[in-house]
Design a protein. Structure first.
Length: 147
């Protein structure tokens, strides 16, 4: 079987029109990133500054490296020349690009991951309700048959 490179499904969002950011920049995001990437980012986002002070420097460096690794997987492309998300190193450089407001890509990533988590929670709740409804009919039938 001939192997092919995996190309993720993507969605392009404009930061001003689709996200509550005031820049007319379009970013292509991985539409359905892996669960591990989302959870790793969510864990990093969730750390409070007090917790960061207690983390050893070596662990902070690992966390920083993982952050840009995950960011390079979720952020696929951008409509600004010179911005590159193809590797963790180029992603880190793009986040520090002096032409752009500080934290812009971080905010975009945080908002996007947050929307994915919300979608995941809605889906999880819907699936749980469907399971409860389907089980309730089966349980009633079984209970009626026993009586």
């Amino acid at each position: 079987m001939k192997k092919k490179e995996f190309r993720p499904n993507t969605v392009t969002l404009n930061l001003r029109d689709d996200l509550p950011l005031k820049q007319d920049i379009s970013i292509e995001f991985w539409a359905d990133p892996s669960r591990q990437v989302i959870f790793d980012l969510f864990e990093i986002f969730g750390l409070a500054s007090a917790e960061l002070d207690e983390i050893p420097e070596a662990d902070k460096e690992k966390m920083n490296a993982r952050y840009f690794e995950c960011a390079s997987l979720i952020l696929v492309d951008c409509d600004i020349k010179g911005i590159d998300f193809s590797t963790p190193e180029t992603t880190a450089a793009s986040f520090e690009d002096e032409r752009l407001p500080w934290g812009l890509f971080h905010q975009a990533l945080l908002l996007y991951v947050s929307s994915l988590i919300e979608d995941y929670e809605v889906l999880k709740n819907a699936l749980r309700r469907v399971r409860e409804l389907s089980n309730s009919g089966t349980e009633k039938k079984t209970k009626q048959e026993k009586d």
